[in-house]
Write a protein that binds this ligand. Sequence first.
Ligand code: GLN
Length: 307
Amino acid sequence: MNYQSILEEIKEEVYPYLREGKVANYIPALANVNPEQFAMTLTMFDGRQYSVGQADTLFSIQSISKVFTFTLALKHYGLELYERIGREPSGNPFNSLVQLEYESGKPRNPFINAGAINVTDVLLTYFKSSTSTSKKILDFMHAIADDTSIAFNDIVAESEMEHGFRNLALANLMKSFNNFDNDVMEVIKIYFQHCSIEMNTKMLSRSMLYLANHGVDPITGKTYITSQQAKRINAVMLTCGHYDASGDFAFHVGLPGKSGVGGGIVAVVPKMMGIAVWAPALNAQGNSLVGTKALELFTSKTGLSIF
Ligand code: GLN
């Protein structure tokens, strides 16, 4: 298959839509990003990459980081993790408080904010200090993306902290139900830090390979998690990776995927490749509008969906 020309076609077809949607403005440091940007990269198991658009431009990965923190927590806690965090789609916005209240402080899944904040709390308990938790998260990113230049963006993290009322409310609610170990403020700071990680589509698509290959990096041969854990992360990405638009994403794209309000989306074609796409303007559910469209075009043109 000529992946490069398929990507070029997709770029042509999505360009007219780049002005639709809205850049996330509830995080001031992200509000000024130019919406007319697009990038898409495929990384194959032998390391070959196909890219189109601004594939070297770094952006804020935001909630895509939830895939990586969930991986780390599963690796260290295994099934025990599900006693604190569920694995059902929420059918609610990513930062909703309502469901968390009537479900007694147990987040529906690790990919909504409450679930990811709880995962960060679990990691802090395991790694014992903020410094070592942040370091372990970054070390993991460096390993799976095979790139040690990946870093936090402190300006974005601080900007989010200043407006983090809802995330603090979620954490406090979980604490009030005794589903939280550590100091709320300390956990939220680490959570915002991992959301602020900057990567480009080349790095992100590379970082998906362990999930496309049953937990083993096909290039380095390094095992990160068991094949059953990889299967389950992919399953939760498919059912919960796009909040209250997860069903729609599965319907249109048909691949496990995870979005972030920075406009990035990662997706996995099992046994074949990792994909990342970036276009900053979002749809009503907070997922990249053009990114979703590009992935839909990709699976339609190539037939590479899991269904
Ligand atoms: N840091 C963002 C938040 O907590 C992440 C949300 C997202 O990407 N959907 O609101």
